[in-house]
Design a protein around this ligand. Structure first.
Ligand SMILES: Cc1cc2nc3c(=O)[nH]c(=O)nc-3n(C[C@H](O)[C@H](O)[C@H](O)COP(=O)(O)OP(=O)(O)OC[C@H]3O[C@@H](n4cnc5c(N)ncnc54)[C@H](O)[C@@H]3O)c2cc1C
Length: 314
């Protein structure tokens, strides 16, 4: 086992992942948090939180998230902004794959939240994997020299559109709202092969074996159509983010990760916390509490303890 082997890799930097990181780092476990984006999780979208215990005044979700992150990093957790696109979990060493690197650890906590999208556009589910994608970083290379669009108006949608401009010939950023949720001088918006269309929703995705076109509708109900090879959907929704797991842990019929009350998944050494699990209540306080349990369970697993240890003060 090498120096680059972590005690625990935590996938996801929301309240569940960062609360877990705070506990594992404080327990002197070598901790890595891999987070797709600090602005992509549910808390990052919450405009104001006033029901998290201990808050003296309501805080915007991103501000509360910053506090979580600083606290975890302050205890020694390493935070890397990278999207995990695959995992290998069956061996003693658990692996998490990103586009840049493979990371290894003795244990792993999955805390990727529930911001995956339920298919709502006509043709979206039908063409998934045949031109429809939810992951630009995973699939951009398949669209070299082609025409693609990103559906969405968030910072993440803009960022992913920017990435696609390096591969596709033309990238349309199609926003349902009149204004994108980024500053007008965001450098991505001036990339030459990016065309921004606002105030338009995708009515349907059509094609034969593969996607061939999208039908758009504007606020007045006027329809238009664009020839298209790929459609990257970055609209908000609520579906546990489990695509990168490729069925490697037990998933319920509702597509959430099955855990016991100590956050253990079907694979020894792999734990899960927060909205990605089959939790009935999706709230910050619950995600943070589950992150704590996952951390204690990972610590017990890595150090072969008979019981969980609760305090490392001093
Ligand atoms: C609009 C809105 C308002 C809300 N208001 C409240 C409220 O007032 N009070 C309250 O208690 N709760 C509220 N919630 C719910 C609360 O935000 C969630 O329950 C909580 O954030 C869940 O935490 P989590 O860590 O499980 O997931 P998330 O907060 O969703 O974090 C998941 C993290 O995983 C990362 N990730 C995803 N996929 C990958 C990948 N493949 N690789 C690496 N990282 C990945 C994401 O970038 C994200 O940082 C609200 C939610 C929303 C959407």
């Amino acid at each position: 086992m090498t120096d680059s082997l972590y005690d625990v890799i935590i996938i996801g930097g929301g309240p569940a992942g960062l609360s877990a990181a705070q506990y594992t780092a404080r327990a002197k476990m070598k901790t890595l948090v891999l987070d797709k984006s600090s602005s992509a999780g549910a808390l990052a979208f919450a405009s104001l939180i006033e029901n998290y215990p201990g808050l003296e005044k309501p805080l915007p979700g991103p501000e509360l998230l910053d506090i979580f992150r600083k606290q975890a990093v302050g205890f020694g957790a390493e935070y890397v902004e990278a999207q995990v696109i695959g995992v290998s979990l069956t061996g003693e060493v658990k692996e998490a794959f990103t586009m840049e690197k493979t990371y290894q650890a003795k244990s792993l906590i999955i805390a990727t939240g529930s911001m995956g999208r339920k298919a709502t556009i006509k043709g979206e589910a039908e063409f998934l994997g045949r031109g429809v994608s939810y992951c630009a970083i995973c699939d951009a290379a398949f669209f070299r020299g082609k025409t693609v669009c990103v559906l969405g108006d968030s910072e993440e949608a803009v960022k992913e559109a920017g990435l696609l401009t390096r591969f596709a010939e033309t990238v349309y950023l199609i926003s349902p709202s009149k204004e994108l949720k980024v500053s007008p001088d965001n450098p991505t918006l001036s990339i030459q092969n990016l065309k921004v269309l606002t105030g338009r929703t995708a009515a349907s995705i059509e094609g034969g074996d593969l996607v061939e076109r999208v039908h758009l509708r504007d606020a007045q109900g006027e329809e238009s159509s664009l020839d298209m090879d790929g459609v990257f959907v970055y609209l908000h929704g609520s579906k546990p983010v489990i695509d990168f797991l490729q069925g490697s842990v037990e998933i319920s019929e509702d597509e959430c990760i099955v855990t016991n009350k100590m956050t253990e998944t079907s694979i020894p050494g792999v734990f899960s916390a927060g909205d990605v699990t089959c939790t009935e209540v999706r709230q910050v306080v619950i995600a943070a509490a589950q992150g704590c349990i996952a951390a204690l369970s990972a610590e017990k697993y890595v150090f072969h303890r008979r019981r969980r240890k609760y305090d490392w003060h001093g």
